[in-house]
Ligand binder design. Structure first.
Ligand code: ZN
Length: 326
């Protein structure tokens, strides 16, 4: 008895690369950069080994380190010098991200993306303007329409500072249209928009909240971020953002939501991005530290799975470490 089909014939060293369906390269990756207005020196982020918050003066050096590995794109997050209820430092002309973007785009050839949200800048840690009663009201919600103007202002201020692309992550209904219109009105019709179209209320964001100091002071984000139980709703969210003018549609987190990446790939012709989030990074690091997993191999396999599921680009904390070895 001989098997009728022998897939193993195509697994020898000589032919494996010829029939490989998916590849990963440095040009697929976007590296997050944390710029911190409260420090004069680089501060390691404990829950994300290998990552640091850097002062504005170090932003260019940080980006050059990333570019030296072959990664050309960065997404900039900010830790402001002060916070208030309306997150005013998110859209200040001399805000930490605006100052960093000016330097990065003026002094390097990096493709610079600005993350557009308010949670790192509000004293309550939520992604927009909140109800007055929020602190005592368990049905707390961010005021949707009041937040739109602030997000649009943030995006325009980042574009004014040189951002090549803005990436709204607040899950505010209508944010893509509001930002697109504001950018166009300000003469930034060439600035691209990558929407965090499908962002789940996930427990995998923990380490990032240490990194960006953006944990909510009370409550959680389940009234505006998506329920992890929902799959069809992801297509609805993505469709809205596509219609409102998003150039790239993102799914966040990545690994626990590969089905969603696949769904968006099939449904849309837009480039699809996946955010391989801080928890996905931290868990591999923690296991590797214990000697339980091979860090490089599991990181590579993780990112490859996001590509295989349909992502064109991946925002990942592994960008630098992997790029040099691809
Ligand atoms: Zn936010």
């Amino acid at each position: 008895m001989h098997p009728t089909d022998r897939p193993r014939r195509l697994r020898t060293d000589g032919v494996r690369p010829l029939v490989s369906e998916t590849s990963l390269s440095a040009s697929d990756l976007v590296a997050p950069v944390f710029v911190d207005a409260t420090t004069d020196e680089r501060v390691p982020i404990e829950t994300m080994p290998g990552h640091e918050r850097v002062p504005v003066d170090e932003a260019v050096a940080r980006v050059e380190e990333i570019r030296d590995t072959g990664v050309e794109a960065v997404i900039v997050f900010g830790i402001p010098e002060s916070k208030d209820p309306n997150g005013t430092r998110a859209y200040a002309e001399d805000g930490v991200v605006q100052r960093a973007l000016r330097r990065i785009t003026g002094e390097t050839d990096a493709y610079a993306i600005g993350d557009v949200c308010l949670c790192e800048y509000t004293d309550h840690g939520h992604c927009g303007v909140i109800e007055e009663s929020a602190e005592t009201d368990p049905t707390l919600t961010v005021k949707n329409d009041e937040t739109l103007d602030l997000l649009a202002e943030t995006a325009v201020s980042q574009a004014d500072a040189g951002a090549d692309m803005v990436a709204p992550s607040a899950m505010t209904d209508g944010q893509v249209r509001a930002i697109r219109e504001a950018l166009d009105d300000a003469g930034h019709e060439d600035v691209a928009l990558m929407s965090y179209a499908v962002k789940y209320e996930s427990a995998f964001y923990g380490p990032f909240r240490d990194a960006a100091d953006g944990a909510p002071a009370f409550g959680d984000r389940r009234h505006y971020q998506m329920d992890p139980a929902n799959r069809r709703e992801a297509l609805r969210e993505a469709r809205i953002d596509a219609e409102e003018g998003a150039d790239v549609l993102m799914v966040k987190p990545g690994l626990p939501y590969l089905d969603i990446v696949g769904d968006l790939r099939r449904e849309f012709d837009h480039p699809i991005a996946a955010y391989n989030v801080s928890g996905e990074y931290a868990m591999l690091h923690a296991a590797a530290e214990k000697g339980w997993l091979d860090l490089e191999a599991t990181a590579h396999e993780s990112l490859l799975s996001l590509k295989r599921a349909g992502a064109d680009l991946i925002v990942t904390y592994f960008a630098e470490d992997l790029a040099g070895r691809l």
